[in-house]
Each structure stands twice: as structure tokens, then as C-alpha cells.
Write a new protein. Structure first.
Length: 324
């Protein structure tokens, strides 16, 4: 293990949800819990067996750590391990604090040209990498991203990076769609009160044909329905956003058109590739951070996220740090 002085921690929708509702699905907050799982910091102490890190190293933290080497770990899909530790998922504490201890194997050294803030953004970025991998995005793909929140935006960034020829994004908010344009979306559609079929038809209209891939980032029933209708026969719909347990969808439409519906659970094996992309300046995640607060103003930061202002709210935990 390593002891870290924390630097940057992003606020996720799930953090706000636990704070407001005390549960997400089967994960229920029963005792006080530290929030935060999008984080970076500086190593200040290392355990006796740690060789790849030393005090002073700047690292990005992968929040999910398997507790045992089960069949999921052996097959490389450790995110599915039932006993996994995950920051800020009850009963596991997160890392929105000044000092934090974590498994050294899940701390990744940041190159000098990658900032702490970029290091913290690797966590949401990882959701995009994992979703686009599961979707099979490749050279020339046409992709429909439903929802333009932080997760929709990282999917736009990664889909373009993986070779998508055209990416269209839908959202209710004009300002969020403007942000999607900023990070590389080719087309945006502001949804008002169209039916799912109408949304699908607009997506086809702007792309010139139906997308082979839809990445659904809202969890809203109508959006999942639109995702099924929009996806080309033989294509893939990846469900990233999580809404109610039970959702009514046109499953026969998907079945008879051989639309593959895939889920994702967090991510795995994404930190090394994200660091390489950031260090080589192949992707730019800086536009995602719209608000910054010191740790003392955490409540204000959470209120800002809850109101849906900006995109990504970042907390700075190190009072000695004077960097901009």
C-alpha cells in the first residue's frame, strides 16, 4: 500500500446521489462514509513491498481494487469481481480527504506533463474507454451518444479518438450540447418533447444513415427506447446510464433486428492507456473542468454539482499547493 497526500478530486453524480438519497440500487449507506473516487495525489510513504512508486511521485488512483484473485480477475475482468473494494461505494470510504491510503498496484505514476487535474479526470474518462471498447467503436464508425453530461462527453472524446467518423449527441440542455461540440461532437440535437421514434429519425437524418453504435448515458426510459430505435440492424447499443430497476423497452424491435444490447460496470484496464493518451496530447480533457473549490468549500462544490451547473466540479485537497 501507499499513503497519499490528496490533490484533486472530482465530484461524480453518484457522490451527489449517495449524499441526497443514501443509496444506489443495492448499495445502501448505513454508516458515515467518505465520498470521492475521481482522484490524484502525491505519494508520501510506501509499504515495504512497493517497488514501482516512491515518495514524491504524482499518481492517479484507480478506485476499484479486487480483494481476491477470483475467476474474474484471472480473465482480466476484475471490475466484475463480487468482492471488489470501490471508493465511495458503501461500505467503502472514498478519497475526498487530505490523506488517503490505497493499494499501490492501483496507483499509476503521472508523467510530468500530465496535471493532477487530468489525473483525476482519468476516472470518468475510463468509463468512456470501457464503453467504447464494449461498443466496438472503430475506424469510420457512426456513433450516437445519448446525453451530454460528463459521461456523454468523455464518450464523445474517446469515440473520436478510436476512429469514429461521425458522432451525434442528444441532450435537453443547449449549453451541454455546446460543450459536446467543443470536445469534438460532429452533430448535436436538442431534444424537447419528441417521441423516441422521432429522436431516432432525427439521429438518422443528421448522420445520413442509422448509427452502428449507440452509447446511452442517461438511464432515462425514453432515451433507452430511442437508442434501440436509432441503432442500425446488426449494431450495438451500450447502456452506460443507470436509471430505474425496471424499464419498458421495445425489446422485440431489438431482437428481430439483431441489435446487441450490452451493459458496462465501471471499467477495467483503462488507466495505462488514458495516461498514454493524455501524455501524448492526443486528447484534451481540460474543457471538462468548469468549477474548482478548495476542500473547505466541499459543501458549496456539491451544491453546484447538484444544481447541474457547469460540467465537472473539482475539489483541491492540498492547502500547501499553489498551482493554478
Amino acid at each position: 500500500e501507499v499513503l497519499l497526500r490528496m490533490h484533486s478530486v472530482g465530484i461524480c453524480g453518484s457522490d451527489v446521489h449517495y449524499w441526497q438519497h443514501g443509496r444506489i440500487g443495492d448499495f445502501v449507506v448505513k454508516d458515515p462514509m467518505v465520498l470521492g473516487h475521481e482522484a490524484s495525489g502525491t505519494v508520501i510513504k510506501v509499504g515495504s513491498g512497493v517497488t514501482h512508486l516512491k515518495p514524491g511521485d504524482r499518481v492517479a488512483i484507480e478506485p476499484g481494487v479486487p480483494r481476491e484473485m477470483d475467476e474474474f480477475c484471472k480473465s482480466g475482468r476484475y471490475n466484475l469481481s463480487p468482492t471488489i473494494f470501490f471508493c465511495a461505494t458503501p461500505p467503502d470510504d472514498g478519497n475526498l480527504c487530505r490523506y488517503y491510503k490505497h493499494s499501490a498496484s492501483y496507483c499509476y505514476k503521472l508523467p510530468d506533463n500530465v496535471t493532477f487535474e487530468e489525473g483525476a479526470l482519468i476516472e470518468p474518462l475510463s468509463v468512456g474507454i470501457h464503453a467504447c471498447r464494449r461498443a466496438g467503436v472503430t475506424l469510420g464508425s457512426k456513433v450516437f451518444v445519448s446525453g451530454s453530461g460528463p459521461i456523454g462527453l468523455v464518450n464523445v472524446i474517446i469515440a473520436k479518438m478510436m476512429g469514429a467518423a461521425a458522432v451525434v449527441v442528444t441532450d435537453l440542455s443547449a449549453s451541454r450540447l455546446q460543450k459536446a461540440k467543443e470536445v469534438g461532437a460532429d452533430f448535436t440535437i436538442q431534444v424537447k418533447n419528441e417521441t423516441p421514434q422521432e429522436v431516432a429519425s432525427k439521429v438518422e437524418g443528421v448522420l445520413g444513415s442509422m448509427p452502428e453504435i449507440t452509447i446511452e448515458c442517461t438511464g432515462v426510459q425514453a432515451c433507452i427506447q430511442a437508442g434501440i430505435y436509432a441503432t442500425r440492424s446488426g449494431g450495438t447499443l451500450v447502456l452506460v446510464g443507470l436509471g430505474p430497476d425496471m424499464v419498458t423497452v421495445p425489446i422485440v424491435n431489438a431482437a428481430v433486428r439483431e441489435v446487441d444490447i450490452r451493459g458496462i460496470f465501471r471499467y477495467c484496464n483503462t488507466w495505462p492507456v488514458a495516461i498514454t493518451l493524455l501524455a501524448s496530447k492526443q486528447i484534451n480533457v481540460k474543457p471538462l473542468v468548469t468549477h474548482r473549490f478548495p476542500l473547505e468549500k466541499a459543501l458549496e462544490a456539491f451544491e453546484t454539482t447538484k444544481r447541474g451547473e457547469g460540467v465537472k466540479v473539482m475539489l483541491k485537497c492540498d492547502p500547501t499547493d499553489q498551482s493554478p
